[in-house]
Design a protein around this ligand. Structure first.
Ligand SMILES: *Cc1c(COP(=O)(O)O)cnc(C)c1O
Length: 405
């Protein structure tokens, strides 16, 4: 395994299987799914791996979210509840469909959506909820499904971090009406970009084909465009690489399950570092990220953007946590003008909407990429010591450059 100087495995991990997959598709000259079989095969293999009936491969997880919202018949003005603490795609997909995201706070122990705040934020206009299984830990699905039933919500699980993860023994991605996955470069399996919509519902699976392919049903040669839809198809090359990546996943999941508690324990030797909890209901945690709260020695004097940048310079793949979605420029009135399809639509006053845990997490949670959890224990020991030392010496550099992960 290739590693950096500190012993952290280089990501993505690949080998002769991926090389053979690319070569196979190149030679076949069937580079798109219309004439090939790799996308069909990957969809069948991924669904089988998850223990679900259907998977639809897309060109990104963001696209998969837009398809999922269309499958829920979400229309302009509908409210969709999303965690405030998540990657922006969970919320931006809602805006792009002309609907209205309602940020819900998360639980401090897991950074998963807080069912109590979810219940509080449901209005008669609420039509859907998108729980995000943060870092591969399952959300409180019993409570969320009960709330969804009471309020008639369509449930879209954002499982972009949760390939193969299980909650009370069942696969994440199988609890709601549909779920989405991402195969972007940093995710647990990847072809650089890619995503999937998965479901147990036959009706939604059939519709998802047209929705990912310009509104055309499978096999269409007559330019029948049944629904308003974009082109979210992934190429055959992506599917072929993902088939090889899927074969690697179970071994990597098992190794991360072993390493994660070790790394958490090493970090926790420093009382200012508090790793997130793994709740026992998450019977298989996929550990997309190893996350920890960083306590300041004085209030207001920790900046995980700065600290993580210093760590990355030393070869440790550490990052700051997501800011609350509604604190980004995307949610300022000047941008929302373009989101609303009805010009008279009134968005909530996002500036006055408070989600205290998400706000704190955006400043004080540090996360490590899962490649770290594939390293030897001796490497983990070295990394934890280095993180602790950097935290002790930490002086903010006032360098506010944006970090893209
Ligand atoms: C990565 C990610 C997505 C989808 O992202 P793409 O880059 O479009 O594949 C969606 N939700 C979450 C929580 C993510 O981390």
């Amino acid at each position: 395994m290739q590693t950096n100087a500190l012993g952290v495995p280089a990501w993505p991990i690949h080998g002769p299987e991926e090389a053979e997959a690319v070569q196979r598709v190149l030679a076949s000259r069937t580079w798109w799914r219309g004439s090939g079989s790799e996308c069909d095969l990957f969809e069948a293999e991924f669904a089988k791996f998850l223990g679900l009936r259907h998977a639809r491969l897309t060109s990104s997880g963001s696209g998969a979210l837009e398809i999922a919202l269309q499958l829920g018949d979400i229309s302009p003005g509908d409210e969709v509840l999303v965690p405030a603490c998540t990657f922006i795609a969970t919320a931006s997909a809602v805006l792009r469909m002309g609907a209205c995201p309602i940020p819900v706070d998360v639980e401090a122990e897991t950074l998963c959506i807080d069912p109590e705040d979810l219940e509080r934020k449901c209005t008669p206009r609420a039509r859907a909820v998108i729980p995000v299984h943060m870092a591969g830990q399952g959300c409180e699905m019993d409570a969320i499904m009960a709330i969804a039933r009471r309020h008639g919500l369509f449930v879209i699980e954002d499982a972009a971090h949760a390939h193969g993860a299980r909650w009370r023994g069942s696969p994440l991605g199988g609890f709601g009406d549909v779920a989405i996955f991402s195969f972007q470069n940093g995710k647990l399996m990847t072809a650089g970009e890619g995503g999937a919509v998965v479901t147990n519902r036959d009706d939604l699976a059939e519709r998802s084909f047209a929705l990912h392919s310009c509104g055309r049903p499978r096999g269409d040669t007559d330019y029948r465009h049944l629904e308003i839809a974009g082109n979210w198809r992934a190429p055959e090359l992506v599917a072929a690489v993902l088939r090889a990546q899927l074969a690697r996943l179970p071994g990597q999941l098992a190794l991360r399950e072993k390493r994660a508690p070790v790394f958490d324990g090493l970090l926790a030797r420093n009382p200012r570092l508090r790793p997130l909890k793994s709740k026992p209901d998450t019977t298989l945690h996929s550990h997309y990220m190893a996350m920890a709260w960083v306590d300041a020695d004085e209030p207001g004097c920790i900046d995980t953007a700065d600290l993580s940048m210093q760590l990355r310079r030393q070869g440790i793949p550490a990052f700051k946590c997501f800011p609350p979605v509604h604190h980004t420029r995307m949610f300022e009135p000047a941008q929302l003008r373009f989101a609303a399809l009805r010009s008279d639509f009134k968005f909530p006053d996002y500036r006055s909407l408070t989600t205290p845990v998400s706000e704190a997490a955006g400043k004080r949670v540090l996360w490590f990429h899962h490649s770290v959890l594939l390293a030897d224990e001796a490497v983990l020991e070295k990394l934890a010591t280095e993180v602790s030392r950097s935290l002790g010496n930490f002086v903010p550099t006032k360098n506010k450059e944006m970090v893209h992960v």
